[in-house]
Design a protein around this ligand. Structure first.
Ligand code: MN
Length: 502
């Protein structure tokens, strides 16, 4: 996983020279104390480093350039303790290419009613200093997160924590290499897209590889590696009787282990943290990778089936964002519906590739025919997923821009056992209801593939869309179809006017 310990956020405070050296020293001390307080916060998983008090255009530009150049700095938190005339910020903000969070806070929480005088007023000016700064950032059309409230309050720190985690995912995308093994499922539209535009927008690179890359590594494997992995399977999962040591399908499990080892070696050697495959282009691979993909996702790799490189990249970014949080994150597909007069549900699943990070308990390891692709029966992990709130996120290429669509859902326990269903699955109730959510999703052009997560909330995706400068559409308990359609039309105009694809 991305090395969180080496990453940091820079806290920079703005002021000006009008107040004199003594006041500026106080400003510096206060800003340092806020940064230390945020650094110690249990809600912010990254180091918060007080970097500078800046009072001139030169100091501001220097601080922004230093942030750009720093490998460790993945985002900048700005706060104007006093008034900081914002024309001083123009050059610096033109240069800044790291995510920006404007913390609108104040050093003291409450007004000292009895002692407040003009010195106090002149020191504690963020109420108007931050507004001057906010105007300029809006005037420059720079997307950022604004967090308002007292810096010691948990809700403020939690918002900063969400933004910090999202910045970590964004930082990961800047270097992400996605291996597209076997290209796209033939004739499928939504998994395609402009890879050059994606690299310009998100930083990630996508390149194609043949399955011979995997089969070559599989043929190099020693038997001891395979037996060691079989032992891991035995200890981590409930193996179906036919896959046990003397079972009739043991050879299928050994082949699945070889595929995992070959795939893992290929990804590690190439520095790929996300990948796709497609059942139509398996070459001489004997099974569609099932358990291999599931376990790689569980280790943090992004994955998209049928060549879906956008979902693979998004999954990797969301895995990084959610690292260490409770709840799992998986590749997902809206598979089939359960309509009842009272409520309707989606059964989410895939042919094989659901990440065991969302498993409720120990998965069972089984082998069944796939019924598609004409290969040997693939081994897969089968499990249910816990009930509770979750989101589904889909990244699509609209031709002139990328669009991120998020649906808030509630996972529920299936009403019955599913004894004959040989794949991992989740049953959920979309917000506001299936009919409204699915109608909105289809109008938005949302894909059948998504990233499903119980670790992240819509707020993360909102911050992510701001960092990437892409369109975000949220389907939540408040979604009304008429307003949603108006928003789609309004966004067409907005992106036509303000954001032409690079
Ligand atoms: Mn699919």
């Amino acid at each position: 996983m991305n090395d969180i310990a080496k990453k940091e956020l820079w806290f920079i405070s703005g002021s000006q020279h009008l107040y004199g050296a003594e006041t500026l020293e106080q400003v510096r001390r206060n800003a340092g104390e806020i940064a230390r307080g945020l650094d110690d916060s249990p809600h912010i998983p990254l180091r918060m480093v007080f970097k500078a008090l800046v009072t001139t255009p030169e100091e501001i530009s220097n601080a922004c350039q230093a942030a750009n150049a720093s490998q460790a700095c993945i985002g900048v938190v700005l706060w104007m303790h006093t008034f900081s005339p914002a024309k001083m910020w123009i050059h610096g903000l033109k240069l800044l290419n790291k995510p920006l969070c404007h913390l609108h806070t104040q050093f003291n929480a409450e007004i000292p009613w009895k002692s407040i005088d003009m010195d106090f007023m002149n020191l504690n000016q963020s109420a108007h200093g931050d507004r001057e700064f906010g105007f300029l950032v809006s005037r420059m059309r720079i997307k950022r997160k604004v967090v308002a409230g007292h810096w010691k309050d948990a809700p403020v720190q939690k918002k900063l924590g969400v933004w910090a985690r999202t910045a970590l995912g964004w930082d990961e995308l800047q270097r992400l290499r996605v291996a597209r093994i076997g290209d796209n499922m033939r004739e499928v539209a939504v998994t395609e897209g402009d890879k050059v535009a994606a690299q310009l927008r998100f930083g990630l690179s996508v390149n194609g590889y043949g399955t011979s890359e995997l089969t070559r590594r599989i043929s190099d494997l020693g038997e001891s590696e395979v037996s060691a992995l079989l032992e891991t399977y035995e200890s981590e999962y409930h193996l179906a009787p036919e896959l046990l040591k003397k079972g009739p399908k043991r050879a299928s499990l050994a082949e699945a282990a070889r595929i995992e080892l070959g795939l893992r070696a290929f990804l590690e050697e190439g520095g790929f943290m996300a990948f796709t495959d497609t059942f139509e282009n398996l070459g001489s691979l004997r099974q569609l990778p099932g358990i291999a993909v599931q376990r790689l996702m569980n280790d943090g790799y992004g994955f998209g089936a049928e060549g879906d490189w956008k979902t693979a990249a998004l999954l990797r970014a969301m895995k990084v964002m959610g690292h260490g949080l409770p709840g799992g994150t998986s590749f997902m597909e809206d598979y089939t519906y359960h309509f009842t007069p009272e409520k309707s549900y989606v059964l989410g699943s895939h042919m094989l590739e659901i990440c065991p990070s969302i498993a409720d308990g120990k998965p069972s390891c089984e082998v069944h025919p796939l019924g598609i692709g004409g290969k040997e029966d693939p081994v897969r992990l089968v499990f249910n997923s816990p009930a509770g709130p979750a989101i589904n996120a889909s990244l699509v290429d609209m031709g002139n821009r990328f669009r991120l669509i998020v649906n808030e859902v509630t996972a529920v326990t299936p009403m019955a056992n599913l004894p004959k269903l040989p794949v991992a699955r989740v049953l959920w109730e979309p917000r506001p209801d299936l009919e409204t959510a699915a109608t909105a999703w289809i109008h938005a052009g949302g894909a059948h593939h998504t990233v499903y997560t119980q670790a992240l909330t819509t707020e993360f995706m909102e911050d992510f869309a701001e960092m990437a400068g892409i369109e975000l559409l949220v389907i939540d308990p408040y979604t009304s179809l008429r307003e949603f359609k108006d928003k789609l039309n309004a966004n067409e105009v907005y992106y036509h006017l303000f954001q032409q694809r690079m």
